[in-house]
Design a protein around this ligand. Structure first.
Ligand code: FMN
Length: 198
């Protein structure tokens, strides 16, 4: 079984919904299982789960144009793993959610891509064309309606609780990312097995 850990923070539940959508995408791939981990609690179980994972999907709300303080604390704490290159060659990807349509979410995703790069991980992009690209035919309901490439974005307007946001299209986009990460991790594992390399 290929393990995909979803290491995320969520202050008030919106990003947690997005994380669950990523997990649903992972679980839709035969041979893959999802392990949701809130990084605000950095216990031994978290580090063990991440060490055992074949892939780690990072997730954070965008706070003040970047990843949340809790996620950043987790990123800094991962320097202990970095010292031993413990996550090298794992698959990595990321998602973020914020109140603004833009909200400077890209900065959060690039920070998480750099975190993965520092750990020597293999980055998986969203792999979708931008949705809502044309005035005719496009809509708010399109997959990847926020038009990201490096990871999955979602918007939760400030007056909506996590039961009502992010939108269905953003949740489907997150699900797509989970499916793509799990598929890549399964392919990589099969390839390594076929070649008999670690
Ligand atoms: C401290 C703080 C800073 C925020 N900064 C931004 C921001 O830079 N851009 C944005 O669009 N939304 C911003 N927001 C809104 C959150 O991204 C939004 O409410 C999001 O849905 C929160 O996700 P969560 O429920 O998982 O914590 C901020 C919220 C907080 C609490």
């Amino acid at each position: 079984m290929i393990k995909v850990a979803i290491a995320y923070h969520s202050g008030s539940g919106h990003t947690a919904r997005q994380a669950r959508a990523v997990a649903a995408g992972v679980e839709s791939v035969p041979g893959a299982t999802a392990d949701l981990r809130e990084v605000a609690t950095m216990d031994d179980g978290l580090w063990r789960a991440l060490a055992e994972a074949d892939a780690i999907v990072f997730g954070s709300p965008t706070y003040m144009g970047s990843q949340s303080a809790a996620f950043q604390a987790f990123a800094e704490a991962s320097s202990k793993v970095w010292a031993e290159m413990g996550w090298r060659d794992k698959v990595g990807a990321a998602f973020t959610n914020s109140a603004g349509v833009n909200g400077d979410k890209l900065h959060t995703l690039t920070s998480m891509a750099l975190l993965a790069a520092q750990h020597g991980m293999h980055w998986v992009t969203l792999g979708l064309p931008p949705g809502w690209l044309y005035s005719s035919g496009g809509s708010h309901d399109d997959l990847n309606r926020l038009g990201a490439f490096i990871g999955a974005m979602a918007q939760s307007p400030s007056d909506l609780g996590p039961e009502a946001a992010p939108s269905e299209s953003d949740l489907r986009t997150a699900e797509h990312l989970g499916r793509r990460v799990a598929t890549t991790a399964v392919q990589l594992a099969h390839g390594r097995r076929a070649l008999a390399v670690a």
